[in-house]
Design a protein around this ligand. Structure first.
Ligand SMILES: C[S@@+](CC[C@H](N)C(=O)[O-])C[C@H]1O[C@@H](n2cnc3c(N)ncnc32)[C@H](O)[C@@H]1O
Length: 282
């Protein structure tokens, strides 16, 4: 039985199934602190404040530090958030808090990508759209139409023997390099016509993990997504001949993940945290 692709239904704050220094690349988008669709989730975890939410995420960042190989890379897709509290509209800069927290874990911060999504509308007084009076200065707000893809490395770069075959076979073209290594990515969001749980997980489009996996790992490497959601990173990693391990806390997403990967016709090992293998999907 192959263990090349593993999904663990459980909490990535304790990735006991993943050994130290065994993952080459992490690609993930965490639940976003202060975004209203996640309020219930964080209320369940009794962690309502911005600080507490980042402390929650930080436990997974610590685990990423443990499981990455030296020189391994973590790519975190995160948006900032806005809230009106006590009548005052303001920004919660999730990206800067995550950079601080990764630096405390002694990661090397690398230049990040700004993912521009053509979806959000401008704000006026926090109401979500420009009204007629939004043409008058000075009380309108800049639109949050970018998300961040933060990039961190565990220590010094990985080293490879000269002419390493797997590395050379993983190379990108000049066109890919010029586009992928520029700072702004114009990529439409994932399908917005989803309903229920699928919509709630806020899936990223496949193009995001596809680029990141090609940019920051080589064929045969192991990719981790500790907040797997609907399984986008798993599906893309399978298509790019990388190994994969992922965690998702909500058991209700199991069927959605399975349906995402059915077309690959490859075996994926699903298990519950701390338990033996439950079933296989082929
Ligand atoms: C923003 S979604 C990820 C979406 C994913 N990138 C996709 O394309 O479908 C975040 C996911 O993290 C899960 N989650 C939150 N806390 C978790 C934890 N401690 N361990 C594992 N999964 C968690 C949520 O249930 C949610 O499905």
């Amino acid at each position: 039985m192959s263990t090349d692709y593993r999904v663990i239904i459980g909490d990535s704050r304790r990735m006991s199934e993943v050994t130290d220094d065994s993952v080459h690349l992490t690609v993930t988008s965490p639940p976003y602190p202060m975004v209203s669709i996640w309020d219930d989730f964080f209320a369940e975890a009794s962690a309502k404040s911005y600080d507490e939410m980042h402390e929650y995420l930080n436990e997974t960042w610590e685990e990423i530090e443990r499981v990455l190989v030296p020189g391994g890379i973590a790519c975190i897709n995160i948006g900032d958030a806005t809230r009106t509290s006590n009548g005052i509209f303001h920004l919660y800069p999730n990206h800067s808090r995550i950079i601080e927290n990764f630096e405390k874990l002694r990661f090397v911060t690398l230049p990040y990508v700004l993912w521009k999504k053509p979806t959000n509308r401008p704000h006026y007084k926090g109401k979500g759209a420009f009204l007629g009076s939004g043409f008058l200065p000075p009380n309108a707000y800049v639109t949050l139409d970018m998300e961040y893809i933060l990039i961190f490395r565990k220590g010094a770069p990985r080293s490879f023997p000269p002419k390493d075959q797997r590395r050379y076979e993983s190379k990108f073209t000049k066109k890919e390099r010029d586009e992928w290594f520029s700072q702004v990515w114009n990529i439409p969001g994932a399908r917005q016509d989803l309903a229920g749980l699928e919509r709630r997980v806020a899936a990223f489009p496949e193009e995001i993990p596809r680029r990141l996996i090609r940019m920051f790992s080589i064929l045969g490497d192991t990719v981790l997504d500790p907040f797997l959601g609907s399984g986008t990173t798993l599906k893309v990693a399978m298509g790019l001949d990388r190994k994969f391990v992922g965690y998702e806390k909500l058991p209700q997403l199991t069927e959605i993940i399975k349906s995402r990967i059915r077309s690959t016709h490859k075996e994926v090992m699903f298990s519950e945290q701390g338990q033996v293998i439950k079933e296989l999907v082929g």
